[in-house]
Design a protein around this ligand. Structure first.
Ligand SMILES: *Cc1c(COP(=O)(O)O)cnc(C)c1O
Length: 416
């Protein structure tokens, strides 16, 4: 990666890009939805395919000169099929939300009822939140997690499905740390004549490597992002049964998008190829080991974790027993050099701008090579930083330690 032209043409953007590299190197990033794309992915995404219009699908385009765009998109589809075993895949959605939009628009009418996981209990905005198009266009019903166990309340899912007869049930979350019972959801959907959409945006890397059960055999539609645990470029994909293939493809283009981002599709293809390797399998294994280790150590430091632990790449820390808000905890960690996000906990009594929780994930730190020993260190740093949340000099001192830890695990240093 050489930014020499950018440096000449636009020093301000160059400077910001260099600072961002530095930030990604120096901070310990525990944002569960982020990762470090490989240099190969970055190169593909930065390639001349950004110049190309390729409306349509491989060998059925509305523009000439698409022969190499066809190569790229065909490879992306073939590799994603091998990775996930889906019947049909569309790799064009610009984002996870776009992927969900294409599914909803292809099977729902305005005013239909949808059942999704409540945002406050770990669901995603695009599963029916009032501020999202899904909340504006559809009648929404929400399930959540059980107050005592922190686990998805399958009884509630069944009961709500029977009572409200949703046309589609959405399963998948942004802040849920346990195995999701896709088969159980499928049974409830089938028993009640509902369609099932499994949104694996967060856990796609785990699903691809068999470390989380796959929804492919059970769901009518599976959507995902490609930039979270899957470690590709920012983007979305849709997988579905063959019988929905035409409807989905038509809804992505021309329904809700114009020209596909061919450079991003090229980068998706690279990421899928990487995800098929033994190295990626080992990576996902370590993501899980690190996540479980971090959760265990945080519990030893007196923190409460929703549901008592984790089966995936993330955990939700419940701060209600230690008298600090999610907002203050996030700020304290930031000053200490750790980047994480505040997050509502189930049954939170604080507003979304404050919250009582922190969401932590291990995809990024694992990508830079950190293992159990570093998780122990990070847990200790988090405990120290939160204890010193109003002590600026102490937080500054901790940030030096964080920087040293980061320096031992370089990511993109070669870019500079
Ligand atoms: C991140 C996420 C998305 C949306 O992804 P964007 O690319 O940001 O639109 C959708 N669903 C779930 C469950 C997510 O966690």
């Amino acid at each position: 990666m050489n930014l020499q032209y950018l440096k000449q043409v636009d020093p301000e953007i160059y400077e910001a890009a260099i600072q961002e590299v530095q930030r990604e190197e120096d901070k310990i990033i525990l944002i569960a939805s982020e990762n470090y794309a490989s240099k190969a992915v970055l190169e593909a995404q930065g390639s001349v395919f950004t110049n190309k219009y390729a409306e349509g699908y491989p060998h059925r385009r509305y523009y000439g000169g698409c022969e190499y765009a066809d190569v790229v998109e065909t490879l992306a589809i073939e590799r994603a099929k091998r990775l996930f075993g889906a019947e049909h895949i569309n790799v064009q959605p610009h984002s996870g939300t776009q992927a969900n939009m294409a599914v909803f628009f292809s099977v729902l009418n305005y005013g239909d009822t949808i059942l999704g996981m409540s945002l406050n209990h770990g669901g995603h905005l695009s599963h029916g939140a009032p501020v999202n198009f899904t909340g504006m266009l559809y009648k929404t019903v929400f399930y959540g997690v059980h107050k005592e166990t922190g686990l998805i309340d399958m009884e509630e899912v069944r009961e709500l499905t029977q009572r409200h007869k949703p046309k589609i049930i959405i399963v998948g979350a942004s802040a849920y740390s346990r195995i999701i019972d896709f088969e159980g959801f499928s049974k409830i959907a089938k028993d009640n004549g509902a369609l099932l959409l499994a949104d694996i945006a967060h856990i796609a890397g785990l699903v691809a490597t068999g470390m989380h059960p796959s929804p492919i055999p059970h769901a009518d539609f599976v959507t995902s992002t490609t930039h979270k645990t899957l470690r590709g470029p920012r983007g979305g994909i849709i997988m579905c049964k063959e019988k929905y293939a035409k409807a989905i493809d038509k809804m992505v283009f021309p329904g809700i998008q114009g020209g596909p981002l061919v450079h991003v599709i090229a980068a998706k293809a690279v990421a899928f190829k990487e995800a098929l390797t033994e190295e990626f399998y080992e990576y996902q294994k370590q993501v899980l080991i690190n996540s479980k280790r971090l959760a265990k150590k945080l519990i030893n430091h007196g923190f409460q974790i929703i549901s008592g632990g984790t089966d995936n790449h993330l955990m939700l820390v419940d701060l209600r027993n230690i008298n600090i808000t999610g907002k203050d905890a996030e700020e304290a960690l930031d000053k200490a050099g750790i980047t994480a996000n505040k997050n509502a906990v189930p049954y939170d009594d604080k507003p979304a701008s404050i919250t009582s929780g922190l969401r932590l994930g291990t995809p990024s730190v694992t990508s830079r090579g950190m293992k159990e020993k570093e998780m122990d260190e990070i847990a200790e740093i988090i405990a120290n930083a939160i204890e010193a949340f109003d002590n600026a000099p102490k937080l500054k001192e901790i940030s030096t330690r964080v920087k040293e830890l980061g320096r031992r695990f370089p990511v993109y240093s070669a870019v500079l």
